[in-house]
Ligand binder design. Structure first.
Ligand code: MOS
Length: 705
């Protein structure tokens, strides 16, 4: 089952939304034309745990332009709470009680006729608290650690096969190391923003939202406000990034709707500030990971154990699937993976690019490097020796698996074969220490449920494709139209795409690297149904729909993308400064729809991976429960000056099992493994193994650079 003609899939196409974006006319959530909007500015709790004792809003209310101030004392009661439905999830129970569960939680919101008045008044809302002791620090011996029922999205929490203790005992080379990753914040360029309007006459709520899923937002909001889903419209034609932070709604979506209901008939704009996002916009949980590997002298794994400790919020369980990639990477007769969560008084962790795979592969791929050094073996050769014939966990064959091809092609292109595998101080020509490292990447192929698409014929041989998908900046406007063009066997110019609106057919989230894979399947089926019903050249006025049903082939095949990342580093022996003159990623992620936008995804992922390795970290202050570096001055993200010599390439796979297009998803795999490749390169250059990210100069100096 493949698309009949492939003219557009694989063709280099400029972004169709490019001109609108570079001329500033593509409307982001706050930028749609609104007539006489009101402005909401939240007030955030200043303690990490406790109760609001009193709120004095008199001074705030006297600011000119203030319309109203909402607190838990005067806000409408929500109709149903996730806390009632699912026991623990109180993220969306906004302004419903005086309890404070983390610092920065919404405690009030000011609505005013100007953004300035709302902000000024918000600073004048006086809140007194009855604080309780809080606990915001993750430890592997935390007394509250528990075993969640499953890890995200629905993986078993723990797995075990074979006798790991016996495997370790019989090994001639072993690694037993603890790795740690800090909290990371997604920091998309466009802050989380919701503009909400309640029209009481029509009984309709309209949201212009910066989200990765218009239908996901609607399905959260409607029941909370006692509305049918048809009474809520969510619109998001352009989104300035999300990286998962906008994959599920957050409390500000609810807050904006509460504000809109308080000033009926008026659009209420609620753009979060960058600083607010650090408390309420989601972030990647910190992790502590113990890796134990045992191998025979010839480099075959005999045991692999990956134990993970991470945090969640007390009011919502978020169980990142950090050890899951260790279930798929390498053959070993004995394997164990575990996850334990500590519920803390912290902001609620959420999705961030390659949740699970990113931190998990950092630990796993560093441990493989350490094992290769123990064995005196090329780390590429070690990986090739442990290539599994089938998915180690399920026993299913892989639909396609080209990790070895990526390693080999990358090694060739990068010039790996001259590498000295012994870690030591390796002064380069300018006295800086130089080294290289490699790591593997992996990401699963997800197809999300609940996606439909419609295709209509228009006059002049043109087609309109309708689907409630979202382009969060990845290139969907272009790539999905390319998929449709091939499915209809027409040139791209004849396809008009409509996305980003709940009035369009129901679509799954732009997340889990599943967008093109899922939506493209539905679009392809709609096109096929159109041609089946109306012939290959249907006249104007015809329509057909299609759905992306379950992929039955997923019962028979394990489906994953793979990759190999190579990194060169230079380390200043005096200051410990690390620079990356060169990095190369080679990926095998199915068929590439648009090489131009795909390259951007891979390079963007790798850039974020370098950033993860060397610069980014969210610093939690144990005294206040606050992420203290909560802006782009204190939270350093890779800039252009940090990135040099970055290249991405790919191996085109022909995988007939994943979907009609043969795509595997590319949004996340680029970040997976980069940090391990950097850590391995730093070790190769210096002989120093830093096992906690980010690898900052102070750590190298402390470890004896
Ligand atoms: Mo991604 S973290 O699934 O948006």
């Amino acid at each position: 089952m493949t698309v009949p003609q492939q003219r557009e899939i694989g063709a280099d196409r400029a972004r169709r939304d490019g001109p609108a974006k570079v001329t500033g006319t593509a409307p982001y959530a706050a930028e749609h034309p609104f007539t006489d909007p009101a402005y909401a500015h939240p007030v955030q709790a200043a303690i990490a745990r406790g109760t609001i004792a009193a709120i004095d809003a008199r001074e705030a209310g006297a600011v000119a332009g203030v319309i109203t101030i909402l607190t838990h004392e005067n806000t409408e009661r929500l109709a149903s709470g996730q806390d009632q439905d699912e026991g623990q999830d109180q993220e969306f129970w906004v302004l419903q009680s005086p309890e404070v569960h983390f610092r920065g939680q919404f405690a009030a919101v000011v609505i005013a006729s100007s953004a300035e008045a709302a902000r000024e008044a918000a600073e004048l809302v006086r809140i007194s608290y009855r604080p309780q002791d809080h606990d915001v620090v993750l430890r592997p011996d935390h007394p509250s650690l528990y075993q969640p029922e499953h890890v995200n999205p629905a993986f078993p929490t723990d797995t075990e096969e074979g006798d790991v203790a016996a495997g370790l005992r019989s090994a001639t080379a072993t690694v037993d190391a603890i790795y740690a990753t800090p909290a990371y914040h997604n920091n998309p360029m466009e802050p989380h923003t919701t503009v909400a309007r309640w029209d009481p006459g029509a009984g309709h709520l309209t949201l212009h939202d910066s989200t990765q899923s218009v239908h996901g937002v609607r399905e959260l909001i409607a029941p909370l406000f006692g509305l049918e889903t048809g009474q809520v419209t969510v619109i998001a034609p352009h989104v300035g990034g999300g990286f998962g932070a906008k994959g599920t709604p957050h409390a500000h979506d609810v807050l904006a709707c509460l504000a809109a209901r308080a000033v009926p008939g008026r659009d209420v704009k609620l753009p979060l500030t960058r600083q607010m996002m650090f408390a309420v916009g989601g972030y990647r949980t910190p992790t502590i990971q113990r890796m134990r590997l045992g191998a025979s002298q010839d480099g075959h794994l005999l045991a692999l154990i990956h134990d993970v400790w991470e945090q969640t919020s007390r009011i919502k369980e978020f169980a990142e699937q950090t050890a899951v990639p260790s279930r798929v990477m390498y053959a070993s007769p004995a394997r164990r993976t575990t996850h334990r969560l500590a519920p803390l008084d912290v902001p609620i962790p959420s999705w961030m690019r390659a949740p699970g795979e990113n931190p998990g592969m950092y630990a796993g791929e560093c441990a493989m490097d350490e094992l290769a050094i123990e064995l005196g073996m090329d780390p590429i050769e070690l990986r090739i020796r442990n290539e599994p014939a089938a998915d180690p966990e399920s026993g299913l064959p892989f639909s396609t698996r080209n990790l070895v091809a990526c390693l080999r092609q990358g090694a060739e292109r990068f010039g790996w074969h001259d590498r000295d595998h012994r870690p030591s101080r390796k002064p380069g020509p300018d006295g800086r220490l130089a080294g290289t490292g490699v790591a593997a990447s992996t990401y699963p192929v997800h197809r999300m449920p609940g996606t439909e698409a419609a295709v209509d014929t228009l006059p002049g041989g043109r087609f309109r494709v309708r689907i409630g998908a979202v382009d969060l900046g990845t290139g969907t406007w272009t790539a999905l139209a390319q998929v449709a063009a091939d499915a209809l066997a027409v040139p791209l110019e004849r396809v008009e795409l409509q996305i980003g609106d709940t009035s369009l057919p129901h679509a799954s989230v732009a997340g889990g690297s599943s967008g093109i894979t899922t939506w493209g399947t539905a679009v392809t089926e709609a096109a096929r149904n159109l041609i089946a019903a109306h012939g290959p050249v249907p006249g104007a006025g015809a329509s057909a729909t299609g759905t992306a049903g379950r992929n039955e082939a997923a019962q028979r095949y394990a489906m994953h993308a793979f990759g190999a990342q190579f990194v060169a580093v230079e380390v200043d022996p005096d200051t410990g400064e690390i620079t990356v003159p060169r990095a190369l990623g080679i990926f095998a992620a199915g068929r590439i729809v648009n090489p131009r936008t795909a390259r951007s995804q891979f390079l963007g992922g790798m850039t974020m991976g370098l950033s993860t390795a060397l610069w980014e970290q969210s610093v939690m202050d144990p005294v206040t429960g606050h992420f203290v570096n909560h802006d782009l001055a204190g939270y350093h993200i890779a800039t252009c000056a940090d990135i040099r010599g970055l290249e991405a390439g790919w191996i085109e796979e022909d995988d007939p099992h994943v979907n009609p297009m043969g795509t595997k998803g590319i949004g996340e795999i680029g970040i997976v493994g980069t940090a391990a490749a950097v850590a391995n390169a730093v070790h190769n250059a210096t002989g120093i193994r830093v096992r906690d990210l980010p690898i900052t100069p102070d750590k190298l100096l402390r470890l004896g650079l």
